[in-house]
Ligand binder design. Structure first.
Ligand SMILES: *Cc1c(COP(=O)(O)O)cnc(C)c1O
Length: 235
């Protein structure tokens, strides 16, 4: 068994254990493999091991690997997206996790309409108010979602995305996961976005345990599947 395959089985076992710990069904948590700085060969091994969804954080990198990755896998854009790059990914991704302005939402809507498709989107929430991260404050999220639903007929509002601050002990950031989950539940309960509002994207390699316990439905895992990223390679 290859290392990547082995890692995926280990992550799946951990997610099942975490879900069990809080009485959740592991099938309600989607494992998104984060493939940034990893090669199409590595990504294809992950697909062979059952990965159905992959995430990239940069448009250029996504586009450059797209044709070398096995067809059929679902691509997600999880990093900050500039409006002038939307057109490059509009026919390639199934979901944009990082919507944080109406301006960006309108551009995705326009391009989706021109491509004759609907795009699933999440609004990124920056619960800790970190300067270094994109996203709207929890207080702004619902109004942005409302505006998107009103003005962007080609977008489908699916939920929220959150990146917690890095903490050596993920217990220290549980409060943020909990806050975003509470917001998610409140918006969901309003019924405003229908049953499509079902995705809470939170949890990474070092904090997925806490994220799952706090109600994540989609974890974005890179390092635990593919190993450390080599940023110096510059790809
Ligand atoms: C890189 C990245 C991840 C994965 O991080 P790991 O710690 O390697 O699991 C998740 N989400 C986003 C937005 C990322 O950019």
């Amino acid at each position: 068994m290859g290392q990547i395959t082995e890692n995926i089985e280990k992550v799946r076992a951990e997610l099942a254990e975490e879900a069990g710990r809080c009485g959740r069904d592991p099938d309600d948590i989607l494992l998104l493999a984060v493939t940034k700085l990893h090669s199409p060969e590595e990504i294809n091994e992950a697909i062979d091991a059952g990965i159905t969804d992959i995430g990239e954080n940069k448009v250029q990198e996504l586009v450059s690997k797209y044709d070398a990755v096995r067809p059929g896998v679902r691509w997600h854009l999880i990093g900050h997206l500039q409006t002038n790059k939307v057109r490059y990914i509009i026919d390639k991704v199934c979901m944009v996790h990082s919507v944080d302005s109406l301006h960006l939402a309108r551009e995705i809507d326009k391009r989706a309409g021109a491509a004759g498709r609907t795009m699933d989107i999440l609004v990124q929430v920056n619960a800790a108010g970190e300067e270094s991260k994109s996203g709207v404050s929890p207080a702004e999220a619902e109004a942005l979602l409302e505006s998107i639903a009103e003005e962007c007929p080609n977008l489908r509002v699916r939920g929220l995305m959150h990146i917690a601050p890095y903490a050596d002990d993920p217990e220290d950031v549980r409060v943020y996961f909990r806050e975003v989950k509470r917001l998610f539940d409140e918006i969901k309960k309003s019924g405003r976005f229908g049953s499509c509002f079902d995705t809470l994207s939170m949890g990474m390699t070092h904090d997925h345990g806490v994220a799952v316990e706090e109600g994540s439905t989609l974890v974005r895992i890179g390092t635990a599947i593919f190993g450390q990223r080599n940023y110096s390679k510059g790809n």
